[in-house]
Ligand binder design. Structure first.
Ligand code: PMP
Length: 347
């Protein structure tokens, strides 16, 4: 199940890793232009999503035939699962990671196996040296927020040249290291990114994959045979405008990173343990107050964070980095909820 989408006055929504800032002013200008040209809506959009694939290719130093665009990275990942994972061998991804991987595997009847993250929630690369039908690594991982370096990803690629390795970089712009330079060397690498987080456009549903022309062609073949016109015309247009405003994009990411540093310090003052985050969220636990209790108490105060009632992480909360003001409200609420003195809560 995705995170709740409550909407009411004065709430603080820190539960689905959206960007707290609006999209680039250039996106707004592009949207206004669309309204002046409604006649265009009569027609189908470009099924190759060409203006957007071209601008993304230019932005990342790739050829146009190395980029695939879809309706959010969920759509892109789903097409990738359907296209590349049809071996009898299991697809591998960590036991704690983005919760849709096992859903797609089940829906498409793909065998899968989930090697356990170690006790510090790190991926053990040796777990990915076994025979497999594909690999999916979220880097930074979610919900842990931890990122691995490019050498780590390359090690996994070196050991897996026979299967497709997907690196889901939904959060990479907040401090992770992209596997992009490895595309020159590994034809079986597929990098997936999204406009939903760092480009502040979750509502427009734009995701993309970058890989060798062979991988991208295969994904397009599958897409064209199911639904050719997935990307609507407005999304294509405003997507181009967003990519073209690199300065705004960088500034937004910097602001989120600065607020993350401040929020982590404040949470640690309240005795929370925060994992090292390279994402736009923190994954935190408190030594005395159960996560489920904090989650409920925050919700009562109109502050939404994410709680996963799952083995190994059921005492953790995932907190999206909001604006400084939103994070201040969170801290004020937490001050009422968790004991400030170092003694066990008497509940
Ligand atoms: N990958 C990861 C790791 C995510 O956390 C998410 C969103 N929560 C997605 C992919 C999908 O994002 P979207 O479909 O909005 O691009």
């Amino acid at each position: 199940m995705p995170g709740e989408q409550p909407i009411f006055a004065n709430m603080v929504k820190l539960n689905t890793n959206e960007n707290p800032y609006p999209p680039s002013p250039k996106v707004e200008a592009a949207m206004r232009q669309l309204c002046d040209n409604m006649e265009r809506f009569r027609l189908y959009p470009d099924f190759k999503a060409e203006p957007l694939t071209a601008v993304l290719a230019k932005c990342y130093g790739l050829e146009n035939d190395q980029v695939f665009v879809g309706v959010g990275s969920d759509d892109v990942l789903s097409v990738a699962f359907l296209t590349f994972f049809h071996s009898d061998r299991p697809v591998l991804f960590p036991d704690i990671t983005y919760s849709f991987y096992d859903v797609w595997a089940q829906v498409y009847e793909i065998p899968y196996k989930c090697p356990m993250l170690d006790e510090n929630f790190r991926i053990r690369k040796e777990d990915y040296y076994q025979k497999n039908g594909g690999i999916v690594i979220a880097n930074p991982n979610a919900p842990t927020s931890i990122a691995e370096g490019i050498d780590f990803i390359e090690d996994i690629l070196e050991h897996n040249q026979e299967s497709v390795v997907i690196v889901d970089e939904a959060y990479v712009d907040f401090g992770g290291e992209s596997a992009l330079p490895l595309l020159k060397k590994y034809e079986n690498l597929l990098i997936v990114q999204t406009f939903s987080k760092s480009r502040a456009m979750a509502g427009m549903r734009i995701g993309y994959a970058m890989g060798s022309p062979t991988l991208i062609r295969a994904m397009n073949d599958v897409k064209y045979s199911i639904n050719s016109y997935t990307m609507n015309y407005p999304s294509l247009s405003v997507g181009v405008a967003a990519v073209e405003d690199d300065a705004y994009f960088r500034e937004c990411c910097e602001k989120v990173i600065r607020t993350r540093t401040w929020a982590r310090m404040e949470l640690e003052r309240l005795k929370f343990t925060c994992l090292d985050s390279a994402a736009n969220f923190l994954f935190v636990t408190h030594p005395f107050v159960p996560a489920a209790k904090i989650f409920a108490a925050l919700k009562e105060r109109g502050i939404f964070v994410r709680y996963f009632n799952k083995p190994r992480i059921d005492n953790y909360l995932r907190i999206t980095i909001g604006t400084k003001e939103q994070m201040e409200r969170l801290m004020e609420a937490l001050l009422e909820i968790v004991p400030v003195a170092e003694k066990k809560e008497g509940v």
